[in-house]
Design a binder for this molecule. Structure first.
Ligand SMILES: Cc1cc2nc3c(=O)[nH]c(=O)nc-3n(C[C@H](O)[C@H](O)[C@H](O)COP(=O)(O)OP(=O)(O)OC[C@H]3O[C@@H](n4cnc5c(N)ncnc54)[C@H](O)[C@@H]3O)c2cc1C
Length: 383
């Protein structure tokens, strides 16, 4: 076994770490406060090639791997987890779905601009009446005169509200079964397609730097060739890329938790009470020690999942356990970080308050903790 990062992986990690320190961290508080999307930071991430790390050079990517991509996501999330989420949805989910299931023509047209970071992508599965039970989606797509006509609503959609988002990959029912969910297929829907309506922007507890919108399709028409992959396997296609998304969620959680630990160590060594830095109190030390243990284990698990993916090996158990463990670990780490900061930890100018507000969402997106436990139980052949 070799736990050392390769020279290339170290280079990606260090580049992203420096970028986060110099560019993202100084802006993070303002992004959360104003809810203004940091397009200039996205442009700089694009220039550094962050969205295309694991995508083939033929389609404008860097030809790297998923370990490198996730090291990048962890580092970026130390500054602003919403930018980690931007990378997750754009690269791990949307770009990958096109890279794996798209035709050469679809890849040239739709993958290259995203791998080159000229455009951002979105992923549409969730609907008002279909969340964890994703197979029960109601959005419908029917072929009419050489075009797919789509009707339905997707909700809680990340990225699509960004000005530089160009498309959404959606799942829609294409054939109704007498019983059961029918046939689900996936489609590439450009934002400028007739009948595409960007719905409301959601007001969230935290994560204000992430665009979350409703999307409505009203007789939305797209060309026949925008069907992605096998029309009978659209649901399986969507789920397969979500597995990578779960590794990305774990990497975001590890980055955010590491930031909480770093901030807490700094604060605990500076803050003096009863004549001593609070870091001298065992109650504080144990919180910090527990955070360090949990972060290390979560990091090892997401890296193992990403490495297995790079080897082309099955990684359902590793991706699911990484997502579950890391997201629940972050909630505790962020809470302890606020506790260590005392009253200051509840103030917006202290980064730990932002990580605390944003921690919960990672237990919900891309499959809830309950869904993760169900999948893990299945891996244990429990039914
Ligand atoms: C900020 C944000 C961004 C998002 N971005 C996207 C996106 O880009 N694209 C997209 O498609 N979706 C997105 N989502 C949606 C997200 O994936 C769903 O919210 C999530 O899958 C849960 O679905 P739901 O909200 O409908 O909850 P429900 O499925 O209604 O679940 C409610 C509760 O019931 C539990 N539950 C449900 N079924 C079971 C069961 N069988 N056993 C035990 N417990 C169960 C759940 O775990 C949960 O605790 C986003 C959500 C948020 C909050």
């Amino acid at each position: 076994m070799d736990f050392d990062l390769s020279a290339e992986h170290q280079m990606i990690r260090d580049m992203c770490r420096d970028f986060t320190r110099d560019v993202i961290i100084p802006r993070a508080e303002a992004i959360e406060k104003t809810g203004e999307y940091p397009y200039d930071i996205m442009d700089q991430m694009a220039e550094l090639g962050m969205m295309g790390i694991p995508i083939s050079e033929v389609y404008g990517g860097s030809g790297g791997d998923w370990v490198g991509m996730h090291l990048c996501i962890e580092e970026i999330s130390k500054g602003e987890p919403t930018l980690g989420a931007l990378l997750d949805v754009t690269t791990s989910v949307v770009a990958q779905e096109r890279a794996v299931f798209g035709t050469d023509a679809q890849k040239s047209k739709w993958l290259t601009p995203i791998a080159k970071c000229e455009k951002i992508g979105a992923f549409g599965l969730t609907e008002p009446d279909a969340g964890s039970d994703a197979k029960s989606i109601r959005t419908r797509s029917a072929l009419q005169d050489g075009e797919w006509v789509i009707n339905g609503t997707k909700q809680f959609i990340t990225n699509i509200g960004l000005d530089n988002a160009s498309l959404i990959i959606i799942a829609a029912v294409t054939k109704k079964a007498l019983q059961g969910p029918g046939r689900i297929s996936t489609f590439i829907v450009p934002k400028d397609a007739p009948g595409f309506c960007l719905g409301k922007r959601y007001e969230k507890i935290g994560w204000h730097g992430s665009a979350t919108h409703e999307v409505i399709f009203e007789d939305c028409r797209i060309p026949e060739e925008n069907l992605l992959g096998d029309p009978a396997k659209g649901f399986a296609q969507h789920l397969s890329v979500l597995e990578t998304g779960r590794i990305s969620i774990a990497a975001i959680a590890v980055g955010a938790a590491q930031a909480c630990l770093n901030e807490s160590i700094r604060y605990a060594t500076e803050r003096v009470q009863f004549g001593r830095p609070i870091a001298a109190f065992q109650a504080i030390q144990f919180k910090l020690a527990d955070m360090a243990v949990a972060i290390e284990l979560a990091r090892n698990q997401y890296l193992k999942a990403a490495w297995l993916k790079d080897q082309g090996r099955r990684h359902t158990f590793e991706a699911t356990t990484a997502k579950l463990f890391a997201s629940e670990m972050l909630e505790k780490a962020a809470s302890d970080a606020v506790q260590i900061h005392g009253g200051y930890g509840y103030m917006a100018e202290y980064p730990v308050s932002r990580f605390y507000k944003g921690a919960k969402v990672l237990q919900i997106v891309e499959g809830t903790s309950e869904v993760m436990r169900t999948l893990i139980s299945r891996e244990l052949a429990l039914g």
